[in-house]
Design a protein around this ligand. Sequence first.
Ligand code: PGA
Length: 269
Amino acid sequence: MVTHASAQMTAGRLPLVVGNWKMNGTRVTSVELLAALRSAGPFDAEVSVCCPFPYLVDVALSLQGSGIAWGAQDCSQHEPGAYTGEVAASMLAEFGCRHVIVGHSERRTHHAESDTLVADKARQALAHGLTPIVCVGETRAERDAGSTEAVVKRQMSAVIHALGHCVSQIVVAYEPIWAIGTGLTATPQQAQALHAVLRAQLAAASTRAGEMRLLYGGSVNAANAAELFAQVDIDGALVGGASLKEADFSAICRAASHAALGSTGKSRT
Ligand code: PGA
């Protein structure tokens, strides 16, 4: 709910829950899902839905005036021009997008997106008034080899290098790749440890790191959300599979709302 949301903003970091629909649904099921989500709200946390590009108009029409934001799952690093198949950040802004996910592990893996490309996309999003949700995270093999911190810091440092102190305007999503869509979640303690590492890294680049939202992603569901949100440096979630089921996604949004209402003790800097 907007009034509560703004009040919480001043008290601390307002929790943010972002649905990442990936390449799922149809035009009809998308509109049905959003109608149900709209009736389940309003929420006291910030909620956003990142849909496939062709559904943006329907999503905007469905969510207008609901207090729920929307966004996309990728954008080009370029200004509009001869880039067949790409979608410019300026185009997403025309459709009222607030957020755009960049550097999701599925794009890093299936589309060979590099750390610098991801950083360029984040810069482009900011240039057009969108908030990039920058994803970072390690593979199972990297975790087993003990290189989780090094990998995640390397991914983050490319973004810090590209954005400088403006990095405070992004949202970061820590998503261990082995936890995405697998039903395996990092324990709240594992996730918190990485979030603390990231916040310390961001603090070296920006005095506003304490105000930044760091989301956890990877098999977040109605049962595990509250414990994750209770962690001091976890400010919400990027949700894949569970965002396709209204009851599950609403339950996660309500868990974030509870965290928001109790967040005066979490105005953590
Ligand atoms: P999941 O996906 O919630 O289905 O694990 C999260 C994501 O990929 O952002």
